[in-house]
Design a protein around this ligand. Sequence first.
Ligand code: FE
Ligand code: FE
Ligand code: ZN
Length: 262
Amino acid sequence: MGKTALAIGANTFQCFVRNPRGARAKATDPADLERLRVLMAENGFGPIVAHAPYIMNPCSKDDGIRRLAEKMMREDLALLEYLPGNYYNFHPGSHVGQGVEAGSRLIAEMLDRVLTPEQHTVVLLETMAGKGSEIGGRFEELRQILDQVALPEKVGVCMDTCHMSDGGYDVIGDLDGVLAEFDRAVGLDRLYAVHINDSMNPPGSRKDRHARIGEGTLGTETIVRFLTHPALRHLPFVLETPTDDAGHGEEIALLRSLAENA
Ligand code: FE
Ligand code: FE
Ligand code: ZN
C-alpha cells in the first residue's frame, strides 16, 4: 500500500484493512502495518484513511447486521492501533425505514460501545449521496450523530466531493457557500479528510457513481477549488476514481500541477 502510494507520487492514501465487500476475509497482518508505519514516517506521509467495509450498516433494522458492524469496527480499530494517528472512515449506514432519528441513535450507540478514550484513531463519518435511506446525505444528519456521541474528540467527518454534489450541494457553483453551510451544521474543525471524486451524474441525482478526474459533471476546476480552498488545503485528499494505480498517478500529477498554479 505504502510503496504503491510512493511510486505514484502520493503522500497519503486510503486502504481497507479487510476485504471491502466481506466480513470474513483474512485481516491485515500487524507486521505489515508496522512496516507501513516506518515507511510513512520516513517519507513524510500525512495521515491516511482506512475505509470500513461497504457492507457495514450500524443502523440496520436487523440486530445481527448491527452486531456484525460493531464487531468489524472494533477489530479494525484494534488493528489501526499499530498505525497511531490516522483515520477510520465509514458510511453511517442506511436506516431502512426506521427514520433518521432512530438510525442516528443506533449509530451513536454503537460508537459509544466501540470507541475508547485511549484509542489513537479518529473515526470519520462520510458525507453520503443520500441514495435510498442512507444517513449522511445532509450535513445536519451527521451533526445529529456527532451530537450524541460520548467521545466527540474521537469522531469527525470525511467529505466526498461526488457525494456532496449528488446529494444536492452546489459545490460547482458555490463551494464557499457549501463550506459555510458545513461549518454552521457540523463545524469545519470536525473535518479531517476529503474524498476527491468527479461524478457521473448531475447535481442532486442521489446516485453515487464516481467518475475519473476531468470526466464527470463536477469538472477539474471544481476539484482544484476543493484542493486549494484555504479551509481545506491542509487536509489529506484521497482519490476514489474508477481507474488503476497508474491512472491515479496521472490524476495526482495533474492535480498537483493545477493546484500549484491555481
Ligand atoms: Fe466511502
Ligand atoms: Fe467516498
Ligand atoms: Zn461513493
